[in-house]
Write a protein that binds this ligand. Structure first.
Ligand code: C2O
Ligand code: CU
Length: 509
């Protein structure tokens, strides 16, 4: 065991060098070779989740037993054109049930991949055909929705890229799927999934960060670029629990899409780009014609625990002598615009977890949550006594029940009925309140929503999203037209939080 290796695995990601994150990963090359287009213009894809070996750390002496689609982490990159049909056959080579969820894609309900809600789980050896059209261009991904903490945590996920009819003219496109692994000293996956501590805190945070399935060491993460080059970077966070806060050095990327959907091109308003689990950003980066010899992309979410993500290293003759002009605005996807005047309003209050009672009382004091609202949800005792968090904690210590609640509901006690029922075509104006001490990326299936406001202040650009990151004590307002009938999950994408009860159903009749 080399000293470097030991530091690498035990010292957390802080000691890492630079992540390997070159142009097209091996995965995407193989993936494209594995896809075929049939006469009708549909893309056919075979996805076979099963056991595999991966070189997550660049030292070939350390192989990791993973679960992977078609033997590779990430799974094959699926590329389709907007409007095209995808025919994906799932062949389950795992020793347990699985499904595939197409994160962010507005699929028909039966294709959404949620076991027990939209389909029966696919048993070992069985297969299931997912067939649907891709209505929206953008950056999406796929992953299992059965035993998700373990199946994603062991490596089951891949990118799903829907290309625009008129792609943005760039010199190069990069896809970076970020992940975070909890490995043992011998680079094996720590098998303590759903540990109570992870469920009640920040989720399963690992000790090795990877980009496209490879962790950084030495020059392994150097991405050679040309001076003056224009790059489109598609960023995805496939981690169970880790939120990334990315620093782009002096590169000042332009944000052109969020969660797949085009947004008015703009520079990020905060110095760090926050990427919670499940979220995506499309960025345009212009490599300066003259400047520093390299540009580091670094995760700074945990202070003093930086993770190197990649290093862009310009070399060769400049591609041009100044940054290219050209409009970076992508053509919007055609999403149904909300009619806020006619909207039905609902609240979802997230509570529980460690120290949650404190935040809940703060929100009541500041008037963000009224006692009437709480009592309507059967939460008065928790709020009144400040014992909600404590009661939840007690339950979790006895291993029976849930650490988190949505509108005071404990699925074990209250069953799985919908949190909200809408009729088709209705505009839903939802206020999501984070009455916990933790951040939560809340993800809605089957729809894209507009992010309207945070803490009563209108949000700039009002992006279309499928996952919104909510800070402790914050209230976020979103709106969408319920145009897709069925039962749709709305859950925290910190997968351990979902296991702990931070999940529910929105029913569209
Ligand atoms: Cu990306 Cu319900 O999940
Ligand atoms: Cu959460």
């Amino acid at each position: 065991f080399s000293a470097t290796r030991r530091d690498f695995l035990l010292g957390g990601a802080a000691t890492l060098g630079v992540v390997a994150a070159g142009g097209l990963s091996m995965a995407s090359v193989i993936g494209r070779a594995g896809a075929s287009e049939n006469a009708g213009g549909a893309v056919n894809m075979l996805l076979r989740p099963g056991a595999a070996q991966a070189s997550l750390v660049p030292d070939p002496a350390y192989q990791t037993a993973v679960w992977a689609y078609n033997g590779i982490v990430p799974g094959p990159e699926i590329r389709v054109r907007q409007g095209q049909r995808l025919h994906a056959r799932l062949e389950n080579a795992l020793a347990q049930e699985t499904t595939i969820h197409w994160h962010g894609i507005r699929v028909p309900n039966a294709m959404d991949g949620v076991p027990g809600l939209t389909q029966a789980a696919v048993k070992p050896g069985d297969s299931f055909d997912y067939v649907f059209d891709l209505p929206d261009a953008g950056t999406y991904w796929y992953h299992p929705h059965a035993n998700t903490t373990e199946q994603l945590g062991r490596g089951l996920y891949g990118a799903l890229i829907v290309e625009e009819a008129d792609p943005l003219p760039v010199d190069r496109e990069l896809v970076w799927m970020l992940d975070d692994w909890r490995l043992t000293e011998s680079a094996a996956i720590d098998d303590g999934f759903n540990a109570m501590h992870d469920v009640g805190h920040a989720g399963r945070i690992g000790n090795v960060v990877t980009v496209n399935g490879v962790a950084p060491m030495g020059t392994f993460g150097d991405v050679p670029v040309r001076p003056g080059e224009r790059i489109r970077l598609r960023l995805l966070n496939a981690a169970n629990g880790r939120i990334f806060a990315l620093d782009f050095d002096e590169l000042a990327p332009m944000v052109i899409a969020m969660d797949g959907h085009p947004v008015t091109p703009h520079r990020n308003e905060t110095p760090l780009l926050l990427l919670g689990p499940g979220m995506r950003f499309d960025l345009v980066i212009d490599i300066p014609v003259s400047g520093k010899p390299s540009f580091a992309v670094t995760d700074r979410f945990y202070e003093g625990m930086e993770n190197a993500i990649a290093r862009l290293v310009p070399s060769g003759t400049p591609l041009r002598d100044h940054a290219p002009d050209g409009d970076l605005a992508l053509k919007p996807n055609s999403l149904p615009e909300s009619d806020l005047g006619q909207a039905v309003k609902h609240d979802l209050i997230y509570s529980g977890g460690m120290m949650g009672d404190m935040i809940l009382s703060q929100m009541i004091r500041s008037g963000h949550i009224t006692p009437e609202k709480l009592s309507a949800m059967g939460m008065e005792s928790a709020a009144g006594s400040g014992m909600g968090g404590m009661a939840n904690m007690m339950r979790s210590m006895f291993g029976a029940g849930n650490i988190w609640a949505v509108n005071g509901r404990d699925p074990d006690r209250d069953g799985n009925g919908p949190l909200v029922t809408l009729t088709r075509g209705q505009t839903c104006h939802l206020t999501l309140m984070n009455a916990t001490a933790w951040l939560h990326p809340i993800h809605l299936h089957g729809h894209a929503f507009r992010l309207l406001a945070r803490n009563d202040a209108p949000v700039r650009h009002q992006p279309w999203l499928d996952t919104v990151l909510i800070e402790p004590g914050d209230r976020v307002e979103i709106a969408f037209v319920a145009d897709n009938p069925g039962d749709w999950l709305i859950h925290c994408h910190i997968l351990e939080h979902k296991v702990g009860g931070m999940s529910g159903v929105i029913r569209v009749l």
